[in-house]
Structure formats: C-alpha cells, structure tokens
Design a protein around this ligand. Structure first.
Ligand SMILES: *[C@@H]1O[C@H](CO)[C@@H](O)[C@H](O)[C@H]1NC(C)=O
Length: 438
C-alpha cells in the first residue's frame, strides 16, 4: 500500500531527482575532502610514531654504575658538622642570600603526604622522621618543600596509628601537630623547610577539578566539599606557620601550589593581589620569612610579573617559583618531552628566567622530576632541563623523596628512596642533581 502510494504520487521521482542533484556536489567536494582526511590520518600516524618512539626505554649507558654514582653523591655533600646555610635568607637581585650576603642556592626535595588523603607526610610508618631527615641531608639536599592541604588545617583529625608505626611518640596526635613535628625534625637536621599550601581538599594534586584549582573556591557556590574563601586560605597559612615563628630554619612559605584555571595567564593579576594580602598577614608574624609565589598555568608561567610584579612590604623577601615537567609546555601543542633544546630554553627564558636574567628577583623551580627508569621522552626532557639548570644555576626542588604514593600504596617511579625510606635509588637523577651542587 505504502509502496503503491510512493510510486503513484510521484514522490519517488521527486526524491530521486533531488538525490541526484545533491550528488552533483560530489565531484567538486571530492578532492578537498580526501585531502582533509589524508591530512588528519597523516598527522595521527606521525604523532603515533612520535609517541611510540618516545615510550621506548631510554639508553642510560653514558651513566656509571650505582656504586660510582653513590661515590659522586657522597663527594658533593656538605660535611654534616657544618651548617648548610646561615638564616635568615633574603632576595638580592636574582639570588637568595643568607645573613652574610652569601648566595644560598636552594637544592630542595619535596616530601609529600601532608596534603594527601591520609593527611600525614609519607614514611612515618616505616622510619623515624629524624632518620628520614638525615638521609635527605646525606643526599645533598639543603632544604625540603613540605606540602599541606587546607582540609588538614580545618579538620585537623587524629592521624591513624598505622601511618605512624615508626614514630610511636606521635601516635594519638593530630595532623597539624604531626606536620609541625616533621618540620622540627627536618630543621634539627640543619635543613631549611619551606611550607607549601598544596591543595584545598586533602588528595593527590593537581587535576582540573575546579574546587582545587585556586587558593579560593567560594565563587563556585555550594558545590565544593571543602569550601574556602581567600580569607580562610590566609588564616590556614598563618595557622600552619605560627608554631614556627622562632624556628630560624623555617625559611619561608610557598603560598599555593600550581594555581591554574581555564583563563590561564589572565589569572595572574588576582593571584598577585591575593599573594600580597597573604604576605602582609604572614610578615606580621615573622618578617624574615621568604614569600614564595608560583606562576599561573600550573606554575609554568610567571610572565605576568613583568607588567604586574608582586609588591611586598619587605621587598627582599619575594621569591617567584615555577614548575617544569616533561608534560608541561602550556600555550603550545608540543610538551617539553618533544622540544628541541632551543625551543625549550626559549620557553624557560620567557616564562621565568627573564626575572633572573634582568636581576629582578630569584626564581625557585620547586618541582622537577622524572622516573628512575625513564622512557626516551622522559630522558629527553631531563637532559634539556639539566643543561638549562646548569647554564642558569637556578634554585630547584626535586619531586619527590617518597618511594610510594598514598593511594593504593602505588610505586612512586619519581621517588629517590627505596621502600625502607633509607636506601637511595642511585641512578641518573641523583648523579645529575649532584652535579648541580658543584
Ligand atoms: C617565640 O618567642 C617569643 C619570645 O621569646 C615567645 O614569646 C613566643 O611564645 C615564642 N613562640 C613560639 C611559637 O614558640
């Protein structure tokens, strides 16, 4: 019935004529369309080749064996009886200098956990904090960046005893007191400590979850599980720093980790203003503290400081900070894994080194890192980075000392210690980091 109607009504011929007419476009469209598909396929295939080649394990045969690496690390370490630096520290042009005006290059390591799901620095279940501090010093670091989360300050729970098996004296204590005890242990070992507000909710950092992307999240309304205004963020910084006002080895505070957002560099102005407000409150407690301000776009980019510098009541306490990983490289499709040295170095200069080159302010690269068994692309990034760090002699912090991540006790391929929190992984990274000291 429908078929009969279809034929008889003449609709069939109208539709088929239309279809024929439509296909008259095909000859004209064919060539550009095929070209377009071919371009995308070609691009995809070449990217796949680059990815594949980058994922092959790197050839590390230019490095000596673990014993020789150990020897060069040991040789580069400051005598344990000599002080690593003479506080207070301050900025002088591009350098951080000590009480005597001598340059103090920060060679730090990150010790994480205090900002993560268990709200306690890692390893306290395995080894006493003083022992971990000694090991950090013996590896040649002079300072530690110690992250905390705002949620830890706000909730301040009693930490579960299973995270403190090797630190019996801390069992039953609250998260903030344990954090303070770790700071104390590090400074007693002669190390400088830089406190770091890492994230708002206590968990692994740093993804695109809007509630944790900046220092405040109250503009998002009720959606955030840990709500935070700018004033609360500052109150938390003050609460974490207050116990250490008289500890000269707590040298500063890194105000917020990897500020980021969809607006990228345009966040800089509001971030700079917030940092200045926090600095006023912190310096009211202790004017000696260095105020460390990371760049925007996940701490990649401090270009904003050229036209909108951070201004402090104590201008010689300002230090900027950047992060440089293999996957970094905002504002470009090509991450540092795949850059030529020239392109990498240009980015470094434009993003932060210009501040040092012009003797405006010090910059501390507070996160760099790569796996112990790197792929070709990891190692390519690392080689470019090390060359740039040697050429510019800039202050750094390696991410991280930890052998494991809190979540699922996952192996930390970036870690520098074995599971005993004592035995170093003497590989290419410790070798190259030792070279930055000499
Ligand atoms: C720091 O030292 C001052 C002066 O000796 C003292 O009044 C204050 O209680 C100390 N603060 C802390 C947190 O130890």
């Amino acid at each position: 019935m429908i078929w009969w109607y279809w034929r008889k009504s003449g609709l069939a011929s109208v539709v088929s004529a239309q279809a024929k007419r439509r296909w008259r476009w095909w000859p004209a469209l064919k060539t550009p369309l095929i070209l377009l598909i071919a371009t995308f396929a070609g691009l995809y295939l070449s990217l796949r080749i680059v990815w594949r080649r980058g994922s092959v394990p790197a050839n590390l045969s230019v490095y000596p064996d673990a014993q020789s690496i150990k020897a060069s690390v040991v040789k580069s370490v400051v005598d344990p009886d000599r002080p690593l630096f003479h506080p207070p520290l301050r900025a002088r042009g591009r350098d951080i200098v000590d009480q005597n005006g001598d340059r103090t290059k920060l060679l730090s390591v990150n010790w994480y956990g205090g900002s993560d799901m268990f709200m306690v620095p890692g390893g306290l279940d395995v080894r006493h904090r003083s022992g971990i501090a000694r090991t950090i010093r013996a590896l040649g670091f002079n300072s530690v960046r110690l992250p905390y989360a705002d949620e830890v300050v706000r909730k301040n729970p009693i930490v579960e005893a299973r995270h403190l098996i090797a630190n019996e004296d801390l069992v039953g204590e609250r998260a903030m007191d344990i954090y303070a005890a770790v700071v104390q242990a590090l400074t007693e070992a002669g190390l400088a400590v830089i406190v770091n507000n890492h994230i708002t909710k206590a968990r692994w950092c740093c993804d695109g979850y809007p509630c944790d992307m900046g220092w405040a999240n109250d503009h998002l309304g009720p959606i955030c599980p840990v709500k935070q205004s700018e004033d609360q963020w500052i109150e938390n910084l003050v609460a974490v720093m207050r116990p250490h006002v008289n500890n000269t080895h707590v040298v500063g505070v890194d105000l917020r980790n990897e500020v980021r957002g969809p607006t990228g560099r345009y966040m800089w102005n509001s971030w700079a203003t917030a940092a200045e407000r926090a600095a006023v409150k912190l310096h009211a407690l202790q004017p000696n503290w260095l105020i460390i301000v990371e760049g925007v776009s996940s701490a990649n980019d401090i270009r904003g400081a050229e036209y909108r510098p951070v201004r402090l009541q104590y201008p010689d306490k300002l230090v900027y900070s950047a992060h440089v990983y293999g996957w970094s490289g905002w504002g470009s499709l090509v991450p540092y894994w795949y850059r030529t040295y020239k392109s990498f170095a240009e980015d470094m200069h434009n993003n932060w080194q210009y501040l040092r080159a012009s003797d405006t302010a010090p910059v501390w690269i507070s996160e760099i890192g790569a796996p112990g068994r790197p792929s070709r692309k990891d190692f390519h990034y690392w080689k470019n980075l090390m060359r740039y760090l040697r050429e510019t002699d800039v202050d750094i912090a390696y991410w991280a000392i930890n052998p494991r991540k809190p979540k699922n006790n996952e192996y930390e391929s970036y870690g520098l210690l074995e599971d005993d929190w004592e035995t170093p992984r003497y590989d290419y990274r410790l070798m190259d980091l030792a070279e930055l000291r000499t």
